[in-house]
Design a binder for this molecule. Structure first.
Ligand code: R1P
Ligand code: URA
Length: 287
């Protein structure tokens, strides 16, 4: 017998919507574009033919509509993998749990989820202004200390190499993005890279403002890792969480990154929104 998930474990609002995302299943398209910044949601949905749903709660803003006839949802998550854990669990529940009976549905639905985010490059040859798709992502946070997952040999080897290189007391988690989505979205103008997902923007990415990072040479240490040609290329704060949750829950996930800063040459793009807009158009046309 399929178990009933108690009200305390999966919270449904009085109107039947899911707790944090504030969505009912019918509000969600099976293809979802995600962004960190809530203000980026209308920057994408402005290109829709029409917007049928607009819902906001906390940092989770959802617009669902059609682009050239294809139904899409665009949703913001805020920053960090802790938000992504909530976001992915509730997104999955909207399609794979019957919210009335509180039971897992017998037939699994796999969502297509594409992150359109910003990122910093740790490679001289990937300049500010470049667009990077994350092939693998390694999480430097502790999210996966709280879940059990299977890792491929390569994913485990990357996690171990990063742990050793940074001297961390826990195993960073590494997961691969969707091959099908890479094939579809990683066209000529996109660089295929591997992403370090950090639990912060400053110290955890080696930035010193007033506080000294504990690993001041984190960029050099991460950039020096080379496992049979596998190299890390960029920093951000969500992708490994998406890839881990996506794999465990059975969804296709890809992270696309607009490189706004190059941490080696110390350049920052003149117009970050123009770079992000290029990535938005690329995503809408190819998703
Ligand atoms: C930091 O400025 C934020 O930008 C990046 C990081 O992952 C972090 O969320 O992504 P978004 O632009 O999608 O928020
Ligand atoms: N987002 C990050 O997390 N890091 C950067 O350097 C730029 C965007």
């Amino acid at each position: 017998m399929t178990k009933v998930i108690p009200a305390s474990e999966l919270i449904i609002n009085p109107d039947g919507s899911i707790y944090h995302l504030n969505l009912k299943p019918e509000y969600l398209a099976s293809t979802v574009i995600t962004v960190g910044d809530p203000e980026r949601v209308p920057k994408i949905s402005q290109y829709f033919d029409e917007v049928e749903v607009k819902i906001t709660k906390r940092e989770f803003v959802t617009h669902t509509g059609t682009y050239k006839g294809k139904r899409l949802s665009v949703m913001s998550t805020g920053m960090g993998t802790d938000n992504i854990e909530i976001f992915m669990t509730e997104l999955d529940a909207l399609v794979n749990i019957d919210l009335q009976t509180r039971k897992v549905k017998p037939d699994h639905t796999a969502l297509k989820i594409v992150r359109v985010g910003t990122s910093g490059s740790m490679r001289k040859e990937i300049p500010a202004g470049a667009l990077v798709a994350s092939n693998f992502a390694v999480g430097l946070d502790t999210l996966m200390q709280y879940y059990a997952a299977d890792y491929s040999q390569k994913e485990l080897a990357v996690g171990l190499a990063v742990q050793q290189s940074l001297g961390l007391g826990f195993l960073p988690y590494c997961f691969e993005g969707s091959k099908a989505l890479i094939e579809r979205l990683c066209t000529q103008e996109i660089v295929l890279g591997n992403t370090a997902t950090c639990p912060g923007f400053f110290g955890p990415q080696g930035r010193e403002v007033r506080l000294k990072p504990a690993i001041p040479d984190i960029i050099e240490r991460l950039a020096a890792i080379d496992l049979d040609g596998f190299q890390l290329t960029n920093f951000e704060m969500e992708t490994a969480g998406y890839y881990a949750m996506g794999k465990m829950l059975g969804h296709e996930v890809l992270s696309l990154n607009a490189i706004v800063a190059n941490r080696i040459t110390q350049e920052f793009v003149d117009d970050p929104s123009a770079v992000v807009d290029r990535l938005i158009h690329h995503t809408l046309e190819n998703i």
